[in-house]
Design a protein around this ligand. Structure first.
Ligand code: GDP
Length: 625
């Protein structure tokens, strides 16, 4: 099905829209044969771009020289080839350099792993795209009010007459420029996407209430935004309140590393009142200025790709998802794969409920036509034909099932223990009743060192364990230690879903002991063999197709049904394996003690003889000192 072919390498036949009219052929996923024009384009840069391997003839074609010239030039280097020889990368580079070109080998990414594709659009195809903004901050500091105020300002301004619908993201127009807001306040959405590897935000706004100052979730928000490495704008909200103290917020945020420009830092602060609307225009213009600086561009002339922001099952309309188009243009009739779901876009609706025919980069759009419900954070991509999209969705489903089978559970202490290798690090998030305890636990954990295993504390705060902690743990492959705090049912459920291990303790000594033993467990276990017992074969019976049953007498210790055994004949081990069955009279038993008779069969082995000795043994783990 040609899945390793660039999806935009061909024109979409019969498709009314001209996705590929101007589309660049420079995508490092191409491995189709390039036409002459492409080659010329590429060589104009003095760079030979190729992937896979090349024969002398193919290389000659790409360089526009004769194959004989290449054979000759390699001969000068004492390398004997003929026109059909497949050249390795070193030889390709050697020849290319001789003919005045640098080489660039492209990584071939299978299309079904489209998340990993690094799309390189021809710079001349790129157009400015609106910034995508996420608002974060402590609860009650005004995130929802701000999102609503921005959304309403547009509706009130009468720009559109529609009634807004919640689709998880919306766009607003400021001075003729669009800004996209992710309309799911809080860190959960942001981090859950990051946990799935989706980076959709260009700019983060951290809202801090001027009358309340920096709070635990503010710190969390700063950590999340910093981890995502995106520009931060601090919106100091509730400036209308008499108790508002702007300077205190700036001081506290500076302590978190967000120094304002007037203090020589680079963080932008804006005073706002989400409630009265004061400062909102200024904030929106600041976003545009910041966006200008980071120079956001995308190529609308390719098939769309992006991220699922929200998804649900609608009783009437079937699976509905909000996509954020991050590159390309999504159109009605396009065949898409979102996560592992296939779909053919039936309807595109914006946040005002208006039906659109297409969605360009940075546009959030509700789509129907998917055959299944994807997960927020899943990547989506549109393809040139239905068969290709279906095949890719099927392939991804298969891969997912295999991965799920493989993954026991993500970040549990046991799963860390199951790992072994060179230096191991256990990532930990600590939540405690008071900051002092959190710090104490952090210091104590960081001091632990067991051979090549160490603890890395990524966060240690006072406060209850929240969903956001779980998501941060999931994104950072960490376990959570709760000290004198307990998660509620919602958080526990989230932890289960995300496969995050939450460990709760009230006594620091117990916590450290548990961690120490886990760290020891991460080292390769040492096993020793322990013989559990021996039995002597007194008689053998051949039972039809079943095999040979040995009537034995246990002469020493115990013979266990599930233990490993070896068969010893005249002092020599003739077979090692396990028992097929162990019976006393007609009954299966778990073990038979010394001095008793039993009947046994050896799994997959029938050559048992009278006077053989069956020795049972186990591998027992030796505890590290
Ligand atoms: P969220 O939890 O961060 O989404 O906070 P909300 O937007 O729900 O706001 C919490 C409370 O603060 C609500 O009662 C809002 O009306 C109020 N609030 C939000 N912004 C302002 C503001 O600028 N000034 C004042 N006085 N109150 C505000």
């Amino acid at each position: 099905m040609g899945t390793n072919k660039s999806y935009n390498s061909k024109k979409s036949n019969g498709n009314s829209h001209a996705h590929n009219k101007k589309t660049s052929l420079i995508s490092n996923v191409n491995n189709h044969k390039m036409n002459k024009k492409d080659i010329k384009n590429k060589l104009n840069d003095g760079i030979l771009v190729y992937n896979g391997s090349l024969t002398v003839t193919e290389l000659a074609e790409k360089l526009g020289v004769s194959a004989v010239d290449i054979v000759r030039s390699l001969f000068q280097e004492k390398i004997m080839v003929n026109v059909n020889t497949t050249l390795n990368d070193d030889y390709i580079e050697l020849v290319a350099l001789k003919f005045g070109y640098e080489v660039q080998k492209e990584k071939v990414v299978e299309l079904q792993n489209f998340e990993e594709m690094e799309i390189k659009d021809d710079p001349s195809m790129l157009e400015k795209r609106p910034p995508v903004v996420t608002i974060m901050g402590h609860v009650d500091h005004g995130k929802t009010t701000l999102l609503d105020a921005i959304r309403k300002s547009r509706v009130v301004a009468g720009e559109f007459g529609g009634i807004t619908q919640h689709i998880g993201a919306y766009q607003t127009m400021v001075k003729g420029c669009k800004i996209t807001f992710i309309d799911t306040p809080g860190h959960a959405a942001f981090t859950s996407m990051r946990a799935r590897g989706a980076q959709i935000t260009d700019i983060v706004i951290i809202v801090v209430a001027a009358d309340d100052g920096v709070k635990p979730q503010t710190i969390e928000a700063v950590n999340h935004a910093k981890a995502a490495n995106v520009p931060i704008i601090v919106a100091v909200n509730k400036m209308d309140k008499p108790a508002a103290n702007y300077d205190r917020v700036v001081q506290q945020m500076s302590d978190l590393g967000l120094m304002p420009e007037e203090w020589g830092g680079s963080t932008i602060y804006r005073k706002i009142s989400a409630k009265s609307g004061v400062g909102l225009d200024d904030l929106l213009e600041t976003i545009l200025l910041e966006a200008e600086l980071i120079d956001l561009k995308a190529n609308p002339n390719r098939y769309a790709m992006g991220t699922v922001v929200e998804a649900r099952l609608d009783k009437q309309r079937g699976p509905i998802a909000t996509f954020l188009v991050q590159n390309g243009t999504l159109r009605i009739g396009d065949c898409v794969v979102a996560g592992t779901c296939f779909g053919k876009v039936r309807q595109l609706k914006d946040d005002l409920g208006r039906l659109l025919s297409d969605a360009t980069p940075s546009t959030p759009i509700e789509i129907s036509g998917l055959q299944d419900v994807p997960v927020a954070g899943d990547k989506f991509m549109a393809f040139e034909n239905e068969k290709m999209a279906r095949d890719i969705a099927d392939k991804r489903k298969e891969i997912k099932i295999q991965q799920e089978r493989k993954a026991t559970s993500a970040n549990t202490l046991e799963s860390f223990m199951a790992l072994s290798g060179e230096h191991q690090v256990i990532n930990v998030i600590i939540k405690a009743d008071v900051q002092g305890s959190a710090e104490a636990v952090k210091t104590a954990l960081e001091k632990l060192k067991v051979e090549d295993v160490s603890v890395n504390v990524i966060a240690a705060y006072a406060g209850a364990i929240t969903e956001s902690d779980v998501l941060l743990a999931s994104a950072s492959k960490a376990i959570i230690y709760g000290f004198n705090v307990r998660p509620d049912a919602i958080v526990r459920k989230k932890a289960l879903e995300e496969g995050v291990d939450i460990r709760l303790h009230n006594i620091i000594y117990n916590l450290l002991e548990e961690m120490t033993s886990a760290m020891k467990g991460m080292l390769k276990p040492i096993y020793k063999e322990v013989v559990t017992g021996q039995a002597e074969v007194r008689q053998t019976f051949k039972v039809g197709k079943v095999g040979v049953i040995a009537g034995c007498y246990v002469t020493l210790g115990l013979i266990k049904a599930n233990a490993k055994i070896r068969l010893i004949r005249a002092g020599i081990v003739v077979y090692e394996g396990k028992l097929g069955s162990l019976k006393r009279f007609k009954d299966d038993v778990k073990e038979v003690k010394e001095g008793y008779e039993c009947g046994l069969m050896i799994d997959g082995y029938n050559d048992i003889k009278e006077s053989d000795i069956v020795e049972g043994y186990e591998m027992q783990e030796v505890e590290r000192k």
